[in-house]
Write a protein that binds this ligand. Structure first.
Ligand SMILES: NC(=O)c1ccc[n+]([C@@H]2O[C@H](COP(=O)([O-])OP(=O)(O)OC[C@H]3O[C@@H](n4cnc5c(N)ncnc54)[C@H](OP(=O)(O)O)[C@@H]3O)[C@@H](O)[C@H]2O)c1
Length: 330
């Protein structure tokens, strides 16, 4: 396993990490099986993966519970990043809440579900315009003093908001949407993004010695050999809400994928490994949090670290994607 480090935090991260959204259970993606997820997490650890990204809202607590079960007896060997700020009611309506009262509830629920007494990196999942940033960060500073969390990270934050947060406490990581085909995306599932990943967030990470964790690194499966162009995803599959995987926009992204598949065949590597290695090549990317639902997924994803993209390969990728710059950066 390749390991990566950053000055803001004293951990060595596996370059391939593990995103636990799909571990949220049967009502997400195409449905995941809990036992299979636990076996996949165990295989990931065997292969050297030490970074797990999760959130309370993934499966409304289920993903944290499954990760907690999988990590029994293994907790001290891994880095767990969870999140706060997206809460839900009895009807599963989700709202943004980064207030002190809400976070104080959320942290104890997360620790119980994860079956641990500390979270290594506690990330603010999405901004909450209703709560002053100082209230949020002061709350997290208290959680640090209590030993419930070790570090603070942000997710989907603009640089301006991160600057504001940094006035009140240390922020060690950014998490945001980033992959070969979404470099400066302006929206995620129709939610406008207040940040541009490549042109703003990566330089911010560089400047402050922070880690960057790219989400949807495989473009929700599009950047893998096994993606099937569906007429439409199941209604509960989160991908049905991604306009880039449905309708008119999808044709352009699918075209890029087809061209990259030709390149993948030429160099004899799976597309997923090319997508992951392209991210690993970016110095600010500290762990690529691929979602994996099966042992085959994680074995293929970790296989990326046994080779690298040479300069001429990176140039060829640039040439393939040159005609699509507008799409990639919007
Ligand atoms: N902070 C945020 O707001 C935010 C937002 C989104 C995600 N995230 C985090 O980022 C993580 C990853 O992002 P993501 O889940 O959106 O998408 P992703 O990692 O781009 O794609 C994951 C999906 O790709 C398919 N896949 C994975 N490995 C594969 C392989 N080797 N071969 C073939 N298919 C493979 C699987 O779906 P199928 O087999 O069903 O095709 C898998 O569920 C999440 O789990 C979560 O931790 C954070």
């Amino acid at each position: 396993m390749k390991m990566k480090k950053v000055s803001a935090v004293n951990f060595e991260f596996s370059a391939v990490g593990f995103g636990c959204w799909a571990a949220g259970g049967s009502a997400i993606w195409n449905g995941s099986d809990d036992d299979e997820t636990i076996r996949t997490i165990h295989r990931a650890i065997e292969l050297g993966v030490n970074f797990f990204d999760v959130a309370p809202v993934y499966g409304f607590g289920h993903a944290e519970t499954i990760l907690g079960k999988a990590l029994a007896g293994k907790r001290q060997n891994v880095i767990v990043a969870s999140k706060c700020g997206l809460v839900w009611d009895d009807t599963h309506t989700i709202t943004n809440d980064l207030s002190r009262a809400s976070i104080e509830r959320e942290i104890d629920d997360s620790l119980r579900r994860l079956n641990t007494d500390y979270i290594d990196i506690y990330q603010l999942h999405w901004p909450d315009p209703q709560t002053p940033v100082d209230e949020t960060i002061e709350t997290l500073n208290t959680l640090k003093k209590l030993g419930k969390i070790r570090h603070i990270g942000v997710s989907n934050f603009s640089v301006a908001l991160a600057d504001e947060a940094r006035k009140y406490g240390q922020i060690v990581s950014h998490q945001g949407l980033y992959n070969m085909l979404e470099r400066n995306p302006t929206q995620y599932h129709n939610i406008p993004l207040e940040y541009r990943t490549e042109s703003e967030i990566l330089p911010d990470c560089r400047q402050h010695g922070m880690a960057f964790f790219p989400y949807s690194p495989l473009f929700q499966g599009l950047l893998t050999d096994h993606f099937k162009a569906r007429q439409q995803f199941d209604a509960h599959d989160v991908r049905s809400a991604n306009p880039k995987l449905n309708g008119e926009l999808f044709q352009t992204f699918y075209q890029m994928r087809e061209k990259l598949l030709v390149f993948a065949a030429k160099i004899g590597k799976p597309l997923s490994q090319i997508a992951i290695n392209w991210l690993i090549e970016q110095p600010e990317v500290i762990s690529v949090i691929c979602g994996a639902q099966t042992i085959a997924h994680i074995e293929e994803n970790v296989g990326s670290t046994s080779w690298s993209l040479a300069e001429d390969m990176l140039s060829e990728i640039d040439q393939i994607l040159e005609p699509y710059q507008d799409v990639i950066h919007s």
